[in-house]
Write a protein that binds this ligand. Structure first.
Ligand SMILES: [Mg+2]
Length: 348
């Protein structure tokens, strides 16, 4: 589906590992004061002074987490960074550095890695993080990317998963479910393409949901928005595996239950129409689809007036006693227990 726009193929072995790293990282700038030494020595040196450092890492494997049949390498580089930064924002911290490690098989020429690193550099610039190290090596099969993100926060700013209290409100940023349906559209088009390679897909009706899948953004604005509203969440998590799984994580770690309201779920109109086309229930998609990279958090009921009507946020439920359990309250006012049906790489 994605045509090969890199006719030039330079073998990676022509450069050697050190030449390759130098070549791929030559455009990276250092902008954060906490980065004392970046790439070039045996290790990077960071200084967070009186702040706390937060660290999160992710591993992405071709064929498990991404499919290069429809994922352009530049987008993949961008998304690999974004999914890591999302975890830093979920701690209410500010990301400052990343390390990038890739393993590639010899089917990838230098030009392919240049595209991947172009996406990584674009994300690093957009989110103002310094690329301070990493590794490149060869793999027997396919592409493997591991990114570690580092961030900083004052100790009293950090928000954990375990702070939600009974009667707290459950809030989500943006809208949910679109990334999952974007993936369904891409999978469908891939099947069509395999049958008829001359078929040029018309994806105009799906631009938003496809972009949510291929080029997601992390919610760097939420930290600032909440700060301006003078709200500190009591617990927070990012939505990578799906809303229901993340709610269950928050509830389990905070030892509370939750009522989630179906009619409050924020769905984009394009998501609703594509769900109709695919004959899939949009609530199921919103609850179980993953990869939205929105932030899900709880706030004290006292903060209700500060956040109600804010277009960036939706209040979708409230926390209850742990013994009451975790439920979806449907439009018909029935109570359905929420199950973690989120995407799980280990189940594939
Ligand atoms: Mg997370």
């Amino acid at each position: 589906m994605i045509e090969d726009k890199t006719p030039q193929r330079t073998s990676l072995s022509d450069l050697g590992e050190f030449g390759l790293i130098k070549h791929l990282t030559s455009n990276f700038e250092i902008n954060n004061p906490s980065t004392l030494t970046g790439i070039g020595d045996d290790a990077a040196v960071l200084d967070f002074k009186d702040k706390k450092a937060v660290v999160s890492t992710d591993l992405l494997i071709e064929g498990v987490h991404f499919d290069l049949a429809y994922m352009p390498l530049k987008h993949l580089g961008y998304k690999s960074v974004v999914v890591n930064l999302s975890d830093i924002y979920a701690m209410n911290a500010k990301p400052t550095q990343i390390t990038v490690s890739v393993a590639v098989s010899n089917r990838f020429p230098l030009e392919a890695l240049e595209e991947l690193f172009d996406g990584i550099a674009t994300a690093a610039k957009e989110y103002n993080v310094d690329v301070i190290g990493g590794d490149t090596t060869s793999s027997q099969k396919g592409l493997i990317i591991s990114i570690t993100a580092i961030g900083e926060a004052d100790e009293n700013e950090l928000v954990y998963r375990n702070g939600a209290k009974i009667t707290d409100l459950l809030v989500v940023s943006g809208d949910i479910g679109a990334a999952y349906m974007g993936l369904q559209v891409l999978e469908r088009e891939k099947q069509v393409f395999q049958v008829n390679p001359n078929n040029q897909p018309d994806l105009d009706a799906y631009t938003y949901i496809i972009e949510r899948q291929l080029r997601p953004e992390a919610r760097k604005d939420v930290r600032t928005l909440l700060h301006a509203l003078e709200i500190k969440p009591t617990a927070m998590i990012d939505i990578s595996d799906g809303l229901s799984s993340e709610i269950i994580h928050l509830c389990k770690q905070s030892e509370v239950g939750c009522n989630l309201y179906e009619d409050k779920l924020p769905l984009d109109p394009q998501l609703i129409s594509v769900c109709e086309e695919f004959n899939i229930d949009s609530t199921t998609v919103a609850i179980n689809g993953g990869e939205d990279y929105e932030l899900l958090f709880t706030i004290s009921m006292d903060d209700f007036d500060k956040i109600k009507g804010n277009p960036n946020f939706s209040i979708i439920g409230h926390m209850v006693q742990e013994s009451e359990g975790i439920h979806l309250i449907t439009r018909a006012d029935t109570k359905i227990p929420l199950k973690a049906r989120g995407w799980n790489a280990l189940e594939q």
